[in-house]
Design a protein. Sequence first.
Length: 284
Amino acid sequence: MEPKPAESTERACVVAALQLNSGNDREANLATAGHLLKLAAERGARVAVLPENFSLMAARDAERRAHAEADGAGPVQDFLASSAERLKLWVIAGSVPISAAPGARSAQACLVYDADGKRAARYDKIHLFDVELPDRAESYRESATMAPGDKVVTVDTPAGRLGLSICYDLRFPELYRRLERAGAKWLIVPAAFTAATGAAHWEPLLRARAIENLCYVVAAAQVGSHPSGRQTFGHSLIIDYWGRVLTQLPEGEGVITAALDLEAQAEARRKFPALTHRVAQLGA
């Protein structure tokens, strides 16, 4: 059965999380992303979030380097701007590899486009995934091809002020505290979480970030098997400010939507003022 479209009202704004199984064919990935963005718009979303690596899940580092774009120019950025303008939809690109020079390490950049197709914000992933998974023959070194960001970024959207983050950032609560203190009412976590870490930690961490900051959280994920042999967890989620899962997509490609009610959130923050009870000496 086709999901019933959510409805944006003066009180609430509908947002969407898109789940993809991206491969190493950029054009095919963009075609899938375009189809899902159209579905999100048809279901009433005013803002749609794509997952990390939505345009390319490279099998080799050399592929990723070859597809990095200069800031402000390139086929992926052109696709995002034109899609946003055509659909009259805010589009948040989970990550795009942006390089300052050919062959250099690229930033893992989350780009935000408004409904006129103009770029409204850029956030470069701060925490890079350099790990070996316990009890598994899996290791990752994002720093080999990526340069870390150093700026905390928020942007005003139709669904309220948004705090930007990407994937591995999720494990560092101090980032989200700073985003909330900068006025964020909702947070995004576009991701390509591994199947192993996702099964263990994905939902608990997302719900924790929502609860401790009394923020909505929208998490758009990669899912399934990819050309490199990597398995990603999926389970895209939209969570409310009380930590309740509003909707989720465990498997397969698709779109989920939910309405963010900022008035209800403000009332909850007023009645349960934990955010005002921070002890300054303990930091953020």
